[in-house]
Design a protein around this ligand. Structure first.
Ligand SMILES: Cc1cc2nc3c(=O)[nH]c(=O)nc-3n(C[C@H](O)[C@H](O)[C@H](O)COP(=O)(O)OP(=O)(O)OC[C@H]3O[C@@H](n4cnc5c(N)ncnc54)[C@H](O)[C@@H]3O)c2cc1C
Length: 340
């Protein structure tokens, strides 16, 4: 039932989501070729400076034929005084779309609206997010293990499908359907968990004045660093496949080029969330170390011994298989043929 699932709400108790991205957009066609080259999309194209407590950002993806999908969104702190109205955002969308991509709105073919609140959770560690009750398992947005930075709810599910389907098959074959068993079947990645500080750094806290140019200055620094890196590094970063070394290279280069970033993030995230993030960061470091030392051989060994393991002790077998997959997937799976 997606992120609004009442069962997911029961699983997560009083902490359903840590942030949302109010998002509005459309599938449309009719932009002239000199305005948009359909071989390209836009990932995080910011619009103007912070205004009314929001830094608006465009996303644009090529679709079938001459169709394109376009979104306007902002990173948003969940706050009762500031719900983040989608209707107001649609007003902004229609008002500023011709500024973003020169066009006459009446000449475009509007095929369907696409809108919603895209939620994010800031996990502290791999078992910080429950995904199961006895005999009941959440997958997709209901499990809410997507990246908080780039919108990969669907992408994250697809990338993790091999491990999710295999572990679920093992659990069902051996009748391992208690909450503890089914909680092994999850799509946690420590490298995406650590990026929530970046999304936090792009949220304007409700009622707080932030200099209007601040978020653009941060985005310019980070994307400037990404642009200087080899193309495969930025590709991995955008697709949640970056490793520990790449993360540090990027963060340290950004901090050395623009040292003001550190007090800016401190100001936006606050000491309590930074302390939480340090915990996530430690978990990322331990996972990366585990992947470096064990990832090259242990998952293969577990896979080779799986028939014997599962015949002998199915519950241990499921846990070892989940651990092996965790070592392989914690920094994102490398690209596979046909699987982006
Ligand atoms: C505007 C927008 C843009 C996005 N862009 C991207 C992107 O670029 N890349 C990406 O990877 N992800 C993107 N996402 C996220 C992606 O759409 C989700 O991660 C994905 O759809 C999750 O799939 P799901 O099956 O888990 O949940 P959903 O697609 O939400 O499906 C849940 C279904 O359950 C139904 N349902 C709910 N309650 C009940 C009930 N009580 N009874 C019966 N049915 C019920 C709902 O109607 C819905 O059809 C975007 C989301 C939005 C809103």
């Amino acid at each position: 039932m997606g992120s609004a699932s009442p069962i997911a709400r029961q699983l997560h108790g009083d902490r359903p989501f840590d942030s949302v991205c109010p998002t509005v957009g459309a599938v449309l066609s009719g932009l002239r070729p000199e305005v948009w080259d359909k071989r390209y999309g836009d990932v995080l194209n910011s619009h103007g400076d912070i205004s009314r407590g929001r830094q608006l950002i465009w996303e644009l993806f090529p679709g079938e034929g001459n169709d394109l999908t376009v979104y306007l969104f902002h990173y948003h702190q969940v706050h009762p005084d500031n719900p983040g109205s989608l209707l107001e955002l649609y007003e902004d969308f229609f008002h500023i779309f011709p500024e973003y991509r020169r066009c006459d709105l009446a000449q475009l073919t509007w095929k369907k609206p696409t809108f919603g609140y895209i939620p994010a959770h800031f996990p502290l560690k791999s078992d910080g997010r429950r995904v199961a009750f006895d005999r009941l398992l959440a997958i997709g947005d209901a499990a809410s293990l997507q990246s908080p930075l780039v919108f990969t709810g669907f992408g994250s599910l697809v990338r993790n499908l091999p491990r999710l389907t295999d572990l679920l098959d093992v659990a069902l074959q051996h009748d391992l359907v208690s909450a503890a068993d089914l909680n092994q079947v999850n799509a946690y990645q420590s490298n995406t968990a650590v990026t929530w500080l970046f999304s936090k750094g792009m949220m304007v806290p409700t009622g707080k004045h932030v200099p209007p140019e601040r978020l653009n200055a941060m985005l310019n620094t980070f994307f400037g660093v990404l642009a200087q890196m080899p193309a495969d590094v930025s590709d991995r970063f955008i697709k949640d496949r970056f490793g520990w070394g790449e993360f540090h290279r990027m963060a340290l280069t950004a901090a050395s080029q623009n040292p003001a970033i550190i007090p800016w993030i401190w100001d936006l995230a606050g000491p309590a969330d930074l302390a939480r993030w340090l915990y996530t960061y430690l978990s990322f470091t331990v996972s990366a170390l585990g992947a470096a030392v064990l990832g090259g051989w242990l998952p293969a060994l577990v896979q080779r011994s799986r028939p014997a393991l599962l015949a002998w002790r199915p519950r241990w077998g499921l846990r070892l298989l989940a651990w092996g997959y965790g070592l392989k997937y914690t920094l994102g799976q490398p690209r596979k043929a046909g699987l982006q």
